[in-house]
Design a protein around this ligand. Structure first.
Ligand SMILES: Cc1cc2nc3c(=O)[nH]c(=O)nc-3n(C[C@H](O)[C@H](O)[C@H](O)COP(=O)(O)OP(=O)(O)OC[C@H]3O[C@@H](n4cnc5c(N)ncnc54)[C@H](O)[C@@H]3O)c2cc1C
Length: 461
């Protein structure tokens, strides 16, 4: 519990101007992109690692709960002060410290926004592939802590694949360095990758070293339109099976197409059952060849129309639809809960059809979006939190989606994390022995349990 004495300690470290305590000021820190609300007791804005360290020392000594936070765009409630205490916002630590072209790495502070970092590295011919749909707001540390994926997962993998090292502050206030600047490093346990994806429960990240790739010289975007979800899903599975590796392979179902048309009037066909948005990148000649081959492939699998963008501008237009999908659907009802179950890609079509059946059986509205090439479904469950009857049906539908994913060898979450949104399902995928190991790790990092309490491990059933 935060009391006056501890607040004064935080003021000595940060000054009053970098602490929020009034309810009005803190309200936006009571939410992320999940649906629950937890008002913190204070919000702190450190600017240096030394300040983070002093804050953690004071919090640990006085057993004040601390929940780190980036942009608050998470979809699982991970950045919320679920048991009270302070929110530690890292958004003022937002400098790109180094972009090293000869060795292809960069060092950034935690609060750097992903898309801004991407723009900076691209200016000098480099490329940082992780590309969550939220890249315009999400922070580098937020994406490290959630091991965020995104549109380019099928070819380039996820955030963890680009992480070389971290500077982090332990709950005790000690500062540690993990990893290195080198492309290879097998010295000891890989704590960098352990902290990555830990949902802010093990340490506060204050610096991040990432590896960079050369920027692809060309890209080509395609849009394939289908009269049947089967044909679209099968196209995805066959593309993967054939060993064709596009940079992105995204699927939108009928409800998303309609929501987008109502919202942005993009001229999408309202009678289509599904659209695939596909992008290839690489050298100009190979990109043309790949785009041609994929267009042919899609037609062969039953696409009724395939459009290949002929310019950067046209490519952007095709992406507007995919990037606008969340927003367009979210307008339809007071709330939208985003599912993230992921299946082996050969089960994608079955999974989408199962979601549609589950929606009908439980009388809930579910639109389906997918990072299809990764088998990563994003069923968008539309609802009204005030309607208790409807929320019971929503809960049941989510439960059934999770069960289906697990039954075909899939997972609870491909990229959005567990948080409070999915903690109750954890034991369906993870054995008691593994959960115990995870708890022991948490206890080693944070013996007094002050960092991000109420997280997935505590709520696991
Ligand atoms: C429209 C939309 C589209 C999205 N698309 C994608 C997508 O394509 N792929 C995807 O993976 N996700 C996606 N997301 C989810 C979300 O954007 C990601 O989870 C992102 O990584 C969160 O970053 P953030 O800066 O907002 O972090 P927050 O939500 O603020 O925090 C996330 C977690 O990181 C911890 N944390 C933050 N900073 C630190 C730090 N410095 N030290 C320790 N812990 C820290 C927090 O405690 C919390 O546990 C989307 C969200 C929205 C709203």
């Amino acid at each position: 519990m935060l009391n006056e004495k501890i607040l004064r300690e935080f003021e000595t470290i940060l000054g009053k101007e970098r602490i929020l305590t009034s309810k009005e000021d803190m309200l936006s820190y009571a939410y992320d992109a999940y649906v629950e609300e937890y008002l913190p007791e204070a919000v702190l804005f450190p600017k240096t690692t030394a300040e983070v360290s002093q804050i953690m020392k004071a919090a640990n000594t006085n057993r004040v709960f601390v929940t780190p936070r980036g942009a608050g765009s998470g979809l699982a409630g991970c950045s919320l002060a679920k048991k009270g205490g302070v929110v530690l916002s890292l958004t003022m630590m937002n400098h790109i410290l180094e972009i090293n072209k000869p060795n292809r790495y960069a060092i950034v502070e935690p609060g750097v926004v992903v898309s801004e970092f991407q723009k900076e590295v691209e200016k000098i011919g480099l490329f940082y592939p992780p590309d969550p749909g939220s890249s315009m707001v999400a922070t580098m540390a937020g994406t490290v802590m959630m091991n965020a994926g995104g549109m380019r997962g099928i070819k380039y993998g996820v955030t963890r694949d680009y992480l070389l090292g971290l500077e982090a502050v332990l709950p005790s206030g000690e500062i540690i360095q993990t990893g290195s600047l080198t492309a290879k490093d097998v010295t000891g346990y890989d704590l960098t990758r352990l902290i990555c994806g830990s949902e802010g429960t093990l340490a506060v990240v204050t610096r991040i070293i990432v590896k960079l790739l050369p920027k692809p010289k060309a890209r080509r975007t395609l849009q394939a339109i289908y009269n049947s979800i089967d044909q679209a899903g099968t196209t995805v599975a066959r593309i993967v099976e054939e060993g064709i590796i596009p940079a992105t392979l995204e699927l939108m179902d009928k409800m998303i197409i309609k929501a987008l048309e109502d919202f942005a009037h993009l001229g999408l066909p309202l009678d289509a059952e599904a659209i695939l948005v596909i992008e290839v990148d690489g050298d100009p000649e190979s990109v043309d060849k790949q785009a041609g081959a994929i267009a042919e492939f899609c037609r062969g699998q039953g696409a009724r129309d395939v459009r290949v963008a002929q310019s950067e501008k046209e490519s952007e237009q095709l992406w507007v639809a995919r990037r606008g999908a969340f927003g367009a659907v979210a307008r339809m009802r007071p709330a939208c809960v985003i599912e993230d179950a992921t299946v082996p890609v050969s089960f994608l079509t079955r999974a989408i059809k199962e979601v549609i059946t589950i929606a009908q059986r439980n009388q809930v509205q579910i639109a389906v979006l997918a990072h299809a090439g990764d088998g990563n479904l994003h069923p968008l469950v539309l609802c009204d939190l005030r309607d208790k009857e409807e929320m019971k049906r929503v809960d049941k539908a989510m439960d059934e989606i999770v069960d289906f994913a697990i039954s075909v060898g899939g997972v609870l979450s491909g990229e959005h994390g567990i948080g409070i949104a999915k903690a109750k399902y954890l034991s369906r995928q993870i054995s008691p022995q593994v959960l115990n190991l995870m708890r022991a790790l948490k206890n080693t990092f944070d013996p007094r349990g002050i960092l991000n309490p109420g997280s997935f491990l505590e709520c696991a059933q």
